[in-house]
Design a protein around this ligand. Structure first.
Ligand code: PLP
Length: 427
């Protein structure tokens, strides 16, 4: 494949864009490609090459790109208004849709990004409980703000105590954030038993999608909810990735859980900017009563509302999630078989249409610390070879599947996997 114009743009970007467009995409693979168009499950780079995309823009593109129904809804809405900064009937329609498909959700508030909706959840929980501490888990990502970007990817020596995840995070800004290892219910019980009276909320990803797609142990998530309830702590499930992906009703439906609050973004609007916080009506009273503020100029912008409704209507289609799960299952099976044939240890973890690859492991990791043993150099090699085969993957081993991935893409991907493992066996 030719990457001439991508190389030029990369050199130019490094001069004028400090993060080089997307620092995380740059980390593991060269060349850094510049894409200019996407259609269905395909990305097209500026050099005219076509790729089957499994990044889905880090998750949102669950209905692929250029979807006719999303395009139509957005185009029609554009004629009427971009954003109004005032009430809009689509707000009510989207809230009704969300409360009908997300089990146990009684009320919702809209934001633009997952990071913002997480902050709203924390602020509401603090107001509701009158407490200030928040509990999160190692390896979990809940957005990039100082109070929560804590122990996101800690070094082995940092495990066990809260640590800043990057420069520019003054310690006082996260001194109210307590961090625990995930999938250890005893640790949650112990902390809440001793310090529950100080703790406003416990926030968790239901599947640890941001660090290796680790699955929760049986009873673990329900255990968190029960323990929170016992100590008057608000349970918050961050469904920015699992929402509208594990099932139409996200982790609430997939695992049969009813946390106090849940956060949604990414797949909710198929690639447009939208996030929602939903949960128990009595907890939202603190906003209604003016005890705290939930704000944002673009909250509920009309074009984004239209995109969200169109996306959720598409995802409400029959067999949609059965198809997503079947595709994910088939891919994982093929990857594992091909790795075994090449004499390589490989484990995949996750659920349905989001999963991760871990080279060098023989057992599924159960939490962030377990994922540290994986061979990330081997994955970087795999990813680079797959790119040459026309398959676009995320740099952290995660795969996202969307509804526009069909048998055609599955067959092409299987072939690319076979070629890649054959090349890895030779080298
Ligand atoms: N929560 C989770 C679980 C996420 O994966 C992300 C982003 O990847 C966020 C929150 C932050 O969302 P956003 O990037 O829309 O601010």
């Amino acid at each position: 494949m030719e990457h001439i114009r991508s190389e030029q743009l990369y050199a130019e970007a490094c001069e004028i864009i400090p993060c080089g467009v997307s620092s995380s995409m740059r980390k593991n693979v060269k060349p850094l490609l510049f894409f200019e168009r996407a259609d269905g499950p395909y990305y097209f780079d500026v050099d005219g090459n076509r790729y089957i995309d499994y990044t889905l823009a880090w998750g949102p593109l669950i209905a692929g790109s250029n979807h006719p129904l999303i395009n139509k809804a957005v185009a029609e809405q554009l004629q009427k208004s971009y954003t109004l900064g005032a009430q809009h009937p689509l707000e009510v329609a989207l809230a009704q849709k969300l409360t009908s498909i997300l089990p146990g959700l009684e009320q919702v508030a809209f934001s633009n990004t997952g990071s913002e909706a997480v902050q709203s959840a924390i602020r509401i929980a603090r107001t509701y409980t009158g407490r200030s501490k928040i509990v999160k888990f190692e390896g979990h990502y809940h957005g990039w703000l100082n109070n929560i970007l804590v122990s996101y990817k800690p070094q082995p020596a940092q495990l066990g105590s809260p640590s800043a995840s990057c420069g520019g995070q003054p310690a006082p800004e996260f001194e109210d954030t307590l961090v625990l290892p995930w999938n250890n219910l005893e640790a949650v019980k112990e902390l809440l038993a001793t310090r529950g009276h100080e703790i406003a909320c416990v926030i968790t990803e239901p599947v640890l999608a941001n660090s290796g797609c680790c699955m929760p142990n049986d009873g673990y998530l329900q255990g968190i909810i029960d323990c929170c309830q016992e100590h008057g702590v608000v349970s918050i499930f961050d469904e920015v990735i699992t929402g509208f992906r594990l099932a139409l009703g996200g982790a609430r439906e997939y695992f049969g859980l009813r946390p106090d609050l849940s956060v949604y973004a990414k797949a909710i609007a198929g690639g447009f900017t939208m996030a929602a916080l939903g949960g128990r009506k009595d907890i939202f009273e603190v906003i209604r009563e003016g005890k705290t503020i939930h704000a944002g100029t673009y909250n509920g912008a009309s074009v984004n509302l239209a995109a969200a409704l169109a996306t959720l209507n598409i995802l409400s289609g029959e067999n949609c999630f059965a198809q997503l799960h079947a595709y994910g299952h088939a891919l994982r099976e093929h990857l594992q078989l091909a790795a075994a044939n090449a004499g390589l240890n490989l484990v995949t973890t996750g659920a349905g249409s989001v999963f991760s690859m871990h080279f060098g492991l023989t057992e599924a990791p159960r939490n962030y610390a377990d994922t540290l043993a994986a061979d990330t150099t081997l994955f970087a090699k795999f990813r680079g070879l797959m790119l040459e085969e026309g398959i676009h993957l995320l740099p952290d081993g995660r795969w996202y599947i969307g509804i526009t991935h069909t048998d055609v893409e599955l067959a092409a991907t299987r072939q690319a996997i076979d070629h890649t493992f054959a090349a890895m066996r030779k080298s």
